[in-house]
Write a protein that binds this ligand. Structure first.
Ligand code: E4P
Length: 222
């Protein structure tokens, strides 16, 4: 499974890069907007820095809703770096934009996917990634992980090349469940990535190994 980080915060991205487990980044207008607010920097400059930090796919999203606007913004964003992948919303106008962007050699991540039918349409349009937002489905009482399972079966049945990018991940169990279903990618918030390291028995084990070694040192020949 590939790990993407779901943030536009450079410190978080640097830390995850240092761990050596990062394959890519996803941003959205909310995440990028937060960093613009904090740093007063231009959004495209932040995206450029992200691309220079991470040698993998970096999803960037515009704000247009009509096909021409989505394509135009996508083309501009794609100029920032070859690893930029354009997030396109799952709408009829967005689906038209997927085909056009793909025909120009620009990678596409179809975002805000909440049903298997939407995923099928995006795959047929030639999207590279499909992003089902599982946490937002859980929030309204639907099982987000069931959607991941349906989409994986659908893509396998028809041999699509599209990758499933599990998005709106809220906790480590979401990641575990995604691995059991064989999802290609999880985009994980920094907080959740951090939690994935933790287990109280690991901390307890380290403490007792160190304590036992300290005691043994008293008996070591000098
Ligand atoms: C994915 O690409 C989105 O940026 C993200 O996962 C949305 O998650 P949220 O539902 O926590 O906002």
């Amino acid at each position: 499974m590939k790990f993407f980080i779901d943030t536009a915060n450079l410190d978080e991205i640097r830390k995850a890069m240092d761990w050596g487990v990062l394959d890519g980044v996803t941003t959205n207008p909310t995440l990028l907007g937060k960093e613009v607010e904090k740093t007063h920097r231009k959004p495209n400059d932040i995206l450029k820095d992200i691309c220079e930090l991470v040698p993998g796919s970096v999803s960037a999203e515009g704000i247009s809703l009509d096909t021409d606007g989505i394509v135009k913004e996508g083309e501009e964003l794609a100029k920032i770096h070859p690893n930029i992948c354009i997030k396109v919303p799952m709408t009829p106008e967005g689906v038209k934009a997927i085909r056009i962007l793909r025909s120009k050699g620009i990678k596409v991540n179809t975002t805000l996917v909440f049903s298997c039918n939407q995923a099928l349409i995006a795959a047929k349009a030639g999207t590279n990634y499909i992003s089902p937002f599982i946490g937002r489905l859980d929030d309204i009482g639907q099982n987000g992980m069931e959607l991941i399972s349906e989409i994986i079966i659908m893509l396998e049945n028809y041999d699509f090349d599209t990758e499933v990018l599990v998005a709106s991940v809220r906790h480590p169990l979401h990641v575990v469940e995604a691995t059991q279903l064989g999802a290609d990618i999880c985009t994980i918030p920094f907080k959740v990535l951090n939690l994935m390291f933790k287990h109280p028995l690991t901390d307890k084990g380290i403490k007792s190994f160190l304590k036992d070694w300290e005691r043994a040192k008293e008996f070591m020949p000098r």
